[in-house]
Design a protein around this ligand. Structure first.
Ligand SMILES: NC(=O)N[C@@H](CC(=O)O)C(=O)O
Ligand SMILES: [Zn+2]
Ligand SMILES: [Zn+2]
Length: 432
């Protein structure tokens, strides 16, 4: 039995395709792509009529937190990958800040094994840079790379010691892996809980200055330049960081940066009301920063869109603002938020936005997928660009209900997610 995707607007940036086409899927692969391919379908085949829909490569999230092992009350690989599928993602990479930390071969193997047993989208492990994320001793990076770690990051924490970051960059280059940097100077962050500025003063909350981010972004760029290694800046949130990345790229440093939906859609004014769902690392910044992120995406300084999906329990987020954990549950609202901020605001073309969620992250980490080429794995997402939906917890798959977007009416939603030729989400519901 084959699966046909009929008459969708196929957008495949890697192949410079943007036209109405059919796709044929068989044995987990795209086997044909063209104008009247679906006409050969017989009764035994399945045909999805996609008139008026966008058919794009499955979305790839380079930055999410699945919490398993150790944080199963917040999320599991099962619930997190269901949230991913509902959000149109066919692959996610899982950060290492679990308990225990994913800092060894057994950690990577555990993740891959659990993902094979319970995950419904592809899961790629990111190994820790330092043992236990403690920032004191390098983890066994080469071992982890051999058994499947696609990149290394101490995300959740800044690696303060520049000597270790330098060594990590050298090792990562040897094992042809990317270092992903969480950039916040710990001393400047201190016990801040939101962006330092007008709103932190008004609200009486301790601030995190923008320069806390800029300073570490500058350091990591300098270290990447010094070692000739590749570096990727996670969750870029400040105008200063965008400018540093722009200048570094112009002089040939191998640096990329990613942007998260919440930093595009919200500013620090959203903290008014003390909704702890707005508490995130790095914090929501100012309008000037938000516009700088958009300009960075527009001019190609920032090439990757990621969610930084960071689920927490309702109990933890119910604490007072200062004591609630940082993080936003982002997989299920990412696409329509990007759409609102980047397409409706005419920052990027649809094809450019799709590239930032597919071929760019795939290429950066040497992952399969990211295209709709004949012969490629059939990881495909179908989007209804006109569907309007209110963000609500009805049908929400992530265990983390910590979203600041409840009640927002958003347009353009994923309606079908196909992983390796299998339909895992249809009509906004997981196919069990
Ligand atoms: N982004 C967040 O606010 N939180 C992340 C950690 C991180 O991405 O730095 C988490 O693990 O909860
Ligand atoms: Zn981080
Ligand atoms: Zn993160």
């Amino acid at each position: 039995m084959a699966l046909y995707i009929k008459k969708g607007r196929v957008i495949d940036p890697a192949n410079e395709i943007d036209e109405i086409r059919d796709l044929k899927i068989d044995n987990g692969k795209i086997v044909a792509s063209g104008l009247a391919v679906a006409e050969e379908a017989t009764e035994v085949d399945e045909v999805i009529d996609c008139e008026g829909m966008l058919v794009i490569p499955g979305l790839i999230d380079l930055h999410c937190h699945l919490r398993e092992p150790g944080g199963e009350a917040k999320e599991t690989i099962a619930s997190g990958t269901r949230a991913a599928a509902r959000g149109g993602f066919t692959a996610v990479s899982a950060m290492a800040n679990t308990a225990p930390v994913c800092d060894s071969q057994s950690g990577v193997e555990f993740l891959l094994k659990r993902a094979a047993e319970t995950g419904i989208v592809r899961v790629y492990p990111i190994g820790a840079i330092t043992k236990g994320l403690k920032g004191q001793e390098l983890a066994e990076m080469a071992d982890m790379a051999t058994c499947g770690a696609i990149a290394f990051s101490d995300d959740g924490k800044t690696l303060s010691r520049s000597d270790l970051m330098r060594q990590a960059l050298q090792y990562a280059q040897m094992c042809q892996r990317l270092i992903i940097c969480h950039c916040e100077d710990d001393d400047l962050v201190h016990d801040g809980v939101m962006h330092e500025g007008y709103w932190s003063t008004i609200l009486g909350l301790k601030g995190i200055p923008a320069v806390a981010e800029d300073i570490i972004v500058a350091r990591d760029i300098q270290l990447a330049e010094d070692t000739g290694s590749a570096v990727h800046i996670a969750h870029v949130s400040t105008a200063g960081a965008v400018e540093l990345i722009r200048q570094a790229r112009a002089r040939g440093v191998n640096v990329t940066g990613e942007v998260c939906p919440h930093h595009l859609a919200l500013t620090d004014s959203a903290v008014e009301g003390y909704n702890s769902s707005t508490k995130v690392n790095p914090p929501l910044r100012t309008e000037k920063d938000r516009q700088a992120l958009k300009e960075g995406l527009r001019d190609g300084t920032l090439t990757i869109l990621a969610t930084d999906h960071a689920p927490h329990t309702t109990e933890e987020k119910a604490r007072e603002y200062a004591y609630a954990p940082f993080g936003i549950s982002g997989l299920e609202t990412a696409w329509p938020l990007y759409w609102r901020e980047l397409i409706e605001e005419k920052v990027m073309t649809i094809s450019e936005m799709v590239a930032s969620l597919t071929i760019h992250p795939a290429k950066r980490c040497n992952l399969p997928g990211g295209t709709l080429s004949v012969g490629a794995p059939a990881d495909i997402t179908v989007i209804d660009p006109n569907m309007e939906e209110n963000v609500s917890l009805e049908g929400w798959e992530s265990q983390g209900k910590n979203t600041p977007f409840l009640g927002w009416t958003l347009r353009s939603w994923p309606i079908c997610t196909i992983v390796n030729g299998q339909i895992v989400m249809k009509d906004r519901k997981i196919v069990d």
